[in-house]
Design a protein around this ligand. Structure first.
Ligand SMILES: Cc1cc2nc3c(=O)[nH]c(=O)nc-3n(C[C@H](O)[C@H](O)[C@H](O)COP(=O)(O)OP(=O)(O)OC[C@H]3O[C@@H](n4cnc5c(N)ncnc54)[C@H](O)[C@@H]3O)c2cc1C
Length: 207
């Protein structure tokens, strides 16, 4: 398999093309680090977007949710979806208002989600999802029962039409503006895990 995704007319980055990236490793790293994505589908002629958790196994991208989720119903009927996965790494403060920006790593996918119905894939992917939320979690928790599995749908898209876009580094100002007495640089932003807070709710059946 090639190390890069094939560029299509849809996935070719046009604006600031130098920030475009199709390298599988870059795409995978962004997908794996980002906790959530936004999935967009046109439902009955109107655009809809869904913020949701996602995870990746190899060359497949997964989301899950209530079986009756409106976007999933449209996907089952064959609607194409677009997905945006975004990590913001910093505010870029330029000397002019115009050149303010953000440092980021993002991925966009376009394609069709298919419902995952194979039981072995379902269980393996719930394990992958749990372990993305918290490594080793799957081995500690009660696994989904048949009723819970029925209430939930899992949708998967093969990574085919994929692009990444990455901005790094300081602001890029107009040459004459570097003389202005204005602070310029990058304010880093990061998403961090905090100190865990234990659930102390009493056992509802014995309290
Ligand atoms: C955190 C963040 C903040 C941003 N803020 C702004 C902003 O304020 N204003 C603004 O105009 N743009 C912003 N962008 C960039 C924005 O996502 C688009 O890349 C840009 O607006 C160009 O859009 P376009 O439709 O002209 O792209 P085009 O270059 O025409 O898009 C063609 C194809 O390139 C790929 N592509 C384009 N953008 C991305 C991307 N971000 N990630 C992965 N693939 C991509 C897609 O496959 C797309 O179909 C931001 C991006 C991020 C991640």
């Amino acid at each position: 398999m090639s190390d890069a995704y094939k560029v299509t007319e849809t996935t070719r980055v046009k604006r600031l093309a130098k920030r475009g990236n199709y390298d599988r490793e870059v795409v995978h790293a962004i997908l794996d680090e980002a906790p959530l994505c936004h999935v967009s589908v046109v439902v009955e002629g109107r655009p809809r977007v869904l913020p949701t958790l996602h995870w990746r196994s190899g060359e497949r991208f997964y989301i899950h949710g209530n079986s009756k989720n409106g976007l999933f119903q449209a996907m089952r009927a064959g609607a194409e979806a677009a997905v945006a996965v975004t990590l913001i790494d910093g505010w870029v403060l330029a000397r002019s208002a115009f050149h303010h920006s953000a440092n980021y790593r993002s991925v966009m996918l376009v394609g069709r989600f298919q419902e995952v119905t194979d039981e072995a894939e379902l269980m393996a992917e719930y394990e992958a999802m749990m372990n993305k939320i918290h490594p080793g979690r799957w081995e500690q928790v009660r696994w989904p029962n048949p009723v819970e599995l029925k209430q939930t749908a899992m949708m998967a898209m093969d990574l085919v039409e994929v692009s990444a876009k990455v901005r790094v580094g300081p602001p890029v100002d107009d040459a004459e503006d570097y003389a202005l007495p204005v602070w310029a640089g990058v304010v880093p932003l990061r998403l961090e895990k905090g100190e865990p807070i234990k659930d102390t709710t009493p056992h509802p059946l014995t309290a």
